[in-house]
Design a protein around this ligand. Structure first.
Ligand code: SF4
Ligand code: SF4
Length: 469
């Protein structure tokens, strides 16, 4: 990207903070509740995610938990498919695609991930909702915090923290339920009979949720999230960002409802501070695009409600681009986006191809290193092999073993190994072949292993057969 395509992001560090102490104590943010189009949109994106998160571990598929990352057995069960450590490359590829998709979305629409779907944002929104339920509106919360301790304050604070703990516990328990059968975990936790690690991880994730969403909130986005720091590299002048229309809003200032701003020499911002009061990261979007802005668009809803009241046109703060703000047009189909889209399609196609053509069967062949070969009394040559078969399916299979590349070969050992579902088996066998005349001491051979009931379930592995020159 050229320098002239880059857009400036600033960091909203108040001057006194920069001068006094880099580790200034956190200023508590009291966000004001706001309703509007983007707030509703956040609900519509948040609910499916929450339902998915809490509901998925309870789903069954083929008599087993549909999504279960069974770490002790080193198997990942996902919607009827079982992935083994051998499939790690697929998982790594999927993560690369997800990261790439995030980059692509960021180029088009800025930090929509942060504003609408990031778990930190979604859980913080739940915790803020509970806070408002028990402690009241912004002003009531400020007043409550300043008030001396009383029975009412203890009750309100107690209820808030208790409800946070309930949500945090359900979150932590569900998270562990992705790694340990949740239908076992819940009764075990209820009867205090669960294992040490299940209990320890549940407590850990409960506390992590409680602290992150209840106490740290925007601090996580501002100081801990690496994405917040490098996302600006992906922005260009056509990226959708939440922006204040400086030209239209300034000079800002209060005025009477029916006053004509032009006569007063004012812009359309009435300096009501509502956009600042609703901001979950506590910034003032009127100061320009800042690293701290998670693109949640609550300031848009807030400002639009004011614009409606003042009977000014909406979108003094809006999703827009630098080009649009400068009076130009937004370019949706720019080469960068098309490149990202094409690359994403290619990566997803390669992933889908590999997933569809994945053979859930693994065979490794090891030749006996002790004796290169054995010559039998009848002049034939024998080589000894150890075969390791991994049945990565959910059904038991009998496999048929054959060898290619040797004439008149005898396979001595278990030629039809039976391997239970999700198990592995080690088979030792000897190949017996005529000594024959050979120009080389070793010749390539292939072991074929095919499921008796499913010819698609088949692998072919190369090895070598040793004989005297
Ligand atoms: S400035 Fe607006 S969009 Fe950015 S975080 Fe604050 S409220 Fe959300
Ligand atoms: S909400 Fe709108 S009018 Fe009020 S201070 Fe913010 S930008 Fe100005």
């Amino acid at each position: 990207m050229n320098d002239d395509q880059r857009i400036d992001l600033t960091e909203a560090i108040p001057a006194e903070v920069a001068e006094v102490d880099l580790y200034q104590k956190r200023e508590k943010i009291y966000t004001r509740k706001i309703e509007g189009f983007f707030q509703r949109l956040r609900l519509y994106t948040g609910w499916p995610l929450l339902i998915g998160y809490f509901g998925l571990p309870w789903l069954e598929w083929g008599g087993r938990q549909a999504i279960l990352f069974d770490l002790p057995a080193r198997k990942f069960h996902i919607l009827g498919m079982t992935f083994w450590p051998q499939d790690f490359s697929l998982l790594a590829f999927l993560l690369i695609i997800a990261a790439y998709a995030l980059f692509a979305v960021t180029v088009v629409a800025g930090r929509v991930w942060c504003g609408y779907t990031c778990p930190q944002t979604v859980w913080t929104a739940i915790f803020m909702y509970l806070e408002q339920r028990f402690e009241g509106s912004r002003n009531q919360r400020i007043k409550l915090d300043k008030a001396p301790w009383s029975i009412e304050k203890v009750w309100r604070k107690g209820m808030k923290h208790s409800s946070w703990m309930v949500v945090a516990f359900m979150t932590g328990m569900t998270f562990v339920g992705y790694f340990y059968p949740i239908k076992q975990l819940v009764p075990e936790l209820a009867t205090f009979s669960t294992g040490f690690w299940q209990a320890a991880w549940t407590v850990f994730f409960t506390l992590a949720t409680y602290i992150n969403a209840g106490w740290m909130r925007e601090q996580v986005c501002k100081y801990m999230c690496p994405y917040a720091r490098f996302q600006s590299v992906m922005f260009d002048k056509d990226t959708l960002i939440v922006s204040y229309n400086h030209a239209r809003g300034e000079p800002r200032g209060s005025r009477k409802h029916d006053a004509d701003p032009k006569e007063l020499g004012l812009g359309e911002c009435i300096d009501c501070q509502l956009c600042v009061q609703v901001c979950p990261t506590g910034i003032d979007i009127r100061e320009g695009l800042q690293y701290e802005c998670i693109g949640c668009a609550l300031c848009i809803d807030a400002c639009n409600s004011i614009m409606d009241k003042m009977q000014y046109p909406r979108d003094l703060i809006s999703y827009t681009s630098e080009h649009e703000l400068a009076g130009g047009k937004m370019h949706w189909f720019r080469p960068r986006i098309l490149g990202y889209a094409a690359m994403l399609c290619i990566m997803m196609s390669v992933f889908a191809y590999n997933l569809i053509n994945r053979v859930p069967l693994e065979l490794t062949v090891m030749r006996d290193r002790g004796d290169l070969y054995v010559q039998t009394n009848d002049g034939r040559i024998e080589n000894i092999y150890t075969l390791h078969i991994v049945n990565m399916t959910d059904q038991q299979h009998r496999y048929l073993l054959s060898v290619e590349g040797l004439d008149d070969v005898l396979i001595m050992g278990n030629r039809e190994p039976l391997v239970p579902a999700g198990e592995d088996l080690t088979v030792s066998l000897r190949l017996n072949a005529p000594s024959g005349a050979s120009a080389t001491a070793s010749s390539p051979i292939h072991f074929n292993l095919t499921a008796e009931d499913n010819p698609q379930l088949s692998v072919r592995i190369e090895s070598r057969f040793m004989r005297p020159l």
